[in-house]
Design a protein around this ligand. Structure first.
Ligand SMILES: *[C@@H]1O[C@H](CO)[C@@H](O)[C@H](O)[C@H]1NC(C)=O
Ligand SMILES: *[C@@H]1O[C@H](CO)[C@@H](O)[C@H](O)[C@H]1NC(C)=O
Ligand SMILES: *[C@@H]1O[C@H](CO)[C@@H](O)[C@H](O)[C@H]1NC(C)=O
Ligand SMILES: *[C@@H]1O[C@H](CO)[C@@H](O)[C@H](O)[C@H]1NC(C)=O
Ligand SMILES: *[C@@H]1O[C@H](CO)[C@@H](O)[C@H](O)[C@H]1NC(C)=O
Ligand SMILES: *[C@@H]1O[C@H](CO)[C@@H](O)[C@H](O)[C@H]1NC(C)=O
Length: 662
């Protein structure tokens, strides 16, 4: 029934435009209605397509494959310091913005904590029922319960009911067996010692929790009891009941689900085996505008989507639309006979999807030097994360508790002739507007007479070089994902006629859900060349550096040779010439490697190191190769003569040599 969708979308869009026009009116008008949402999961059978569609798993979270207990597991078995979330995939209306009234909801779920180490006294981690603003963030592991992230947004709204089996006195925990209420913070507003109720959360038994919130009275109750006999009847005594206004912590639309984590040296597994949720929120119908729908749609198709994407749709009109939907379904039955053509449907559907997503997080802004100085403890030595010849990067904590990476350019560099401050500022601001899931966002900047500082979100889970050459071995699937993520990030930047200019493994960050983010842009431009030309040249350098990065990821070796070893690029081409590319693949990954896929990725990496006029692809093509949407062109049999130095991009190479390698 594609045409039903089409009609619905047209109406939603039209109503939305109406609503933006009159959005300044805060006072409700029209009759009041109740909007209800009901979810019920009797189990989480991984083979059930509905479960896969409706539950989004993030980070370390899986649907257990066992058929006798088909449950959600966060985090996965035997993983230390892991965090995961399982989120209901669609947003739920939990606040009426016109009256700031939270929705009333009740939820019940069964859960079990399994502690393979069987040392309940020292178990770590816990589970929480969460209400969060998006469906793509995972919080930190350990005591953070996957609830909050270091790089949290300025106003990251989160409501969580935690079932915590670890005592973290710094977070105000009373003991290692408590239920807590968390509002936008890891420090619980209230924590209840559930030992008083004869309950041990991690005793291995199946518990059932009931959370009941009355949005009108702003009153919360939490009940906890065993699963099983009389499971539909709520225990008589609540573990918590009290007044609580959730409205400051809610957006109109929020996502609900569970998050959990394990800690260092502990691998507690939390399973959720059934879940019901019902919410009712108040809304006020508004009388529709008298303007005709058609005229609005024409304006809409004229191409100005920007204002529409910027905000979630007014809930109000969604309800109206729901009412209309009934009518539309009837119309559709009628129209179906005539089979209308739907030329522009794709375009409109895209708009609608954008519409339903939460609006992008905070914009980059200007920081004062005082703000940055206090965040980094006056650029204290202990805060230093790293440095290079141009800058020093500090870890900082903003007043709101969010962690940032502060890159402070050195005065020597700024006064040298290669830097052109004015153009740099412009570039920082341009890139500050860019948001992509695989780019570390720029949170702001500080341009002072003496100082040039760029503030990034802090990604907590270490940079790729640490994973490749330091602690741990990334498995093949993770490495492949990193390659794809970085390729996506570069493709996006290049499509905006920008370039990264600093692609290297220490600038690729891996977040807790093992998503790769490319950070630390190399802003600095020399002032002599035209921007357009320079951007093209820089993009070609990006592709080359991406190729070397791919070789590093595949081989687990750094690009610079150790004394007595072949340089990585030399080695890779030598292996290619003698047709032994397979030997380059990092053996530490073991037998899990998919050999064909690995060779293909190696070839893509080598292609990117070709000279520009000899077949170096652009990032668009690289992404297509990686997604198997396009065959990888054949590599030249022999290595190009002048690959070196690495920055060679200007077409110095005059041909290929087949000099045998020693
Ligand atoms: C909405 O629900 C509340 C109780 O949940 C009820 O008192 C009220 O009458 C309902 N309103 C409408 C319009 O159905
Ligand atoms: C969810 O609701 C169904 C039917 O209303 C009920 O049978 C089931 O026990 C409920 N599950 C939970 C976890 O409350
Ligand atoms: C874990 O401890 C409980 C009680 O302390 C005991 O009954 C159970 O057998 C233990 N399980 C394992 C796997 O050791
Ligand atoms: C929690 O409750 C148990 C059982 O009532 C009690 O022994 C323990 O001291 C309590 N812990 C705290 C921190 O109050
Ligand atoms: C984890 O276990 C190792 C080895 O048993 C120990 O050295 C380390 O201190 C432990 N870490 C923590 C945080 O307990
Ligand atoms: C699109 O919207 C922007 C800002 O809302 C406006 O400046 C621009 O003129 C509009 N473009 C068209 C084609 O209407």
């Amino acid at each position: 029934m594609a045409s039903t969708d089409l009609f619905l979308i047209i109406i939603l869009t039209t109503l939305y435009i109406n609503s933006t026009e009159s959005s300044n009116k805060k006072t409700p008008s029209g009759p009041e209605i109740n909007v209800t949402k009901h979810l019920s999961f009797l189990n989480f059978l991984s083979t059930n397509p509905r479960i896969n569609q409706e539950i989004t798993l993030l980070g370390s979270a899986i649907l257990s494959t066992s058929t006798h207990s088909p449950c959600i597991q966060v985090p996965e078995n035997n993983l230390q310091s892991a965090a995961g979330r399982a989120i209901y995939s669609s947003p739920i209306r939990l606040l009426d913005p016109s009256t700031q009234t939270p929705a009333s909801f009740q939820t019940t779920f069964t859960f079990q904590f399994q502690n393979p180490s069987n040392i309940s006294e020292s178990s770590s981690g816990g589970l929480s029922f969460i209400i969060v603003p998006d469906e793509f963030t995972v919080g930190r592991p350990g005591p953070w319960l996957g609830m909050l992230n270091d790089a949290c947004e300025d106003e990251y709204k989160v409501v969580a009911i935690e079932f915590d089996t670890r005592m973290n006195p710094e977070f105000g925990d009373p003991n290692d067996n408590h239920v807590g209420i968390n509002l936008g913070s890891i420090v619980s507003e209230t924590a209840v010692n559930v030992s008083d109720f004869g309950i041990r959360l991690n005793d291995g038994s199946v518990h059932r929790a009931w959370i009941v919130y009355d949005g009108n009275k702003r009153f919360l109750e939490i009940y906890l009891g065993p699963d099983g006999v009389g499971s539909d009847s709520v225990p008589t005594k609540s573990v918590y009941s009290g007044n609580l206004d959730l409205s400051p912590y809610l957006n109109e639309y929020m996502f609900i689900g569970f998050s959990g984590s394990s800690g260092i040296n502990h691998t507690q597994v939390h399973t959720i085996c059934s879940w019901n949720f019902t919410s009712v929120s108040r809304a006020f119908l508004r009388v529709p505008s008298t303007e005709s729908c058609e005229s609005k749609i024409i304006v809409e198709n004229g191409g100005n989507y920007s204002s529409i994407q910027s905000k979630a749709p007014s809930s109000f009109f969604i309800f109206l639309a729901v009412v209309f939907l009934v009518i539309i379904v009837m119309i559709t039955f009628y129209v179906n006979g005539k089979r209308k053509e739907k030329k522009n449907s794709d375009e409109i559907i895209v708009v609608s999807k954008e519409n339903l997503r939460p609006s992008p997080p905070n914009r980059a802004r200007k920081f004062s030097l005082a703000e940055i100085s206090s965040a980094t403890r006056a650029f204290g030595e202990l805060q230093i994360l790293g440095s290079d010849d141009k800058s020093v990067t500090y870890k900082g904590t903003l007043i709101n508790g969010c962690n940032v990476a502060v890159k402070r350019f050195s005065s020597q560099f700024l006064s040298s002739r290669v830097s052109d401050k004015r153009r740099m500022y412009k570039e920082v601001k341009t890139i500050g507007k860019i948001r992509h899931p695989n780019l570390v966002p720029i949170r702001g900047w500080c341009f002072d007479h003496q100082e040039t500082i760029v503030v990034y979100d802090f990604v907590p889970n270490a940079s790729l070089d640490k994973w490749l050459f330091g602690f741990g071995v990334l498995p093949w699937t993770r490495r492949f994902k990193v390659v794809k993520d970085v390729a996506e990030a570069l493709r996006y930047l290049h499509s905006k006629e920008l370039a990264h200019k600093n692609v290297k493994s220490s600038n690729v960050f891996i977040d807790v859900s093992f998503r790769a983010l490319l950070g630390d842009f190399g802003f600095v431009l020399s002032s002599s060349e035209s921007t357009r030309f320079e951007s093209l040249v820089s993009q070609k350098v990006d592709v080359f550096e991406f190729g070397v990065l791919v070789l590093e990821i595949m081989s687990g070796r750094g690009r610079r040779s150790k004394p007595g070893e072949l340089d990585l690029l030399d080695l890779a081409w030598a292996m290619h010439e003698s047709d032994e590319k397979g030997n380059l693949v990092d053996r530490r990954m073991g037998s899990v490697v998919n050999p064909d896929q690995a060779i293909r990725v190696l070839e893509i990496g080598l292609l990117c190191t070709l000279n520009d006029n000899k077949g170096r692809p652009n990032m668009e093509e690289v992404v297509e190769y990686l997604n198997l949407e396009r065959p990888v062109p054949e590599l030249p049999v022999c290595r190009p003569v002048s690959l070196f130095p690495y920055s060679s991009t200007t077409g110095l190479c005059s041909g290929y040599s087949c000099t045998p390698f020693k």
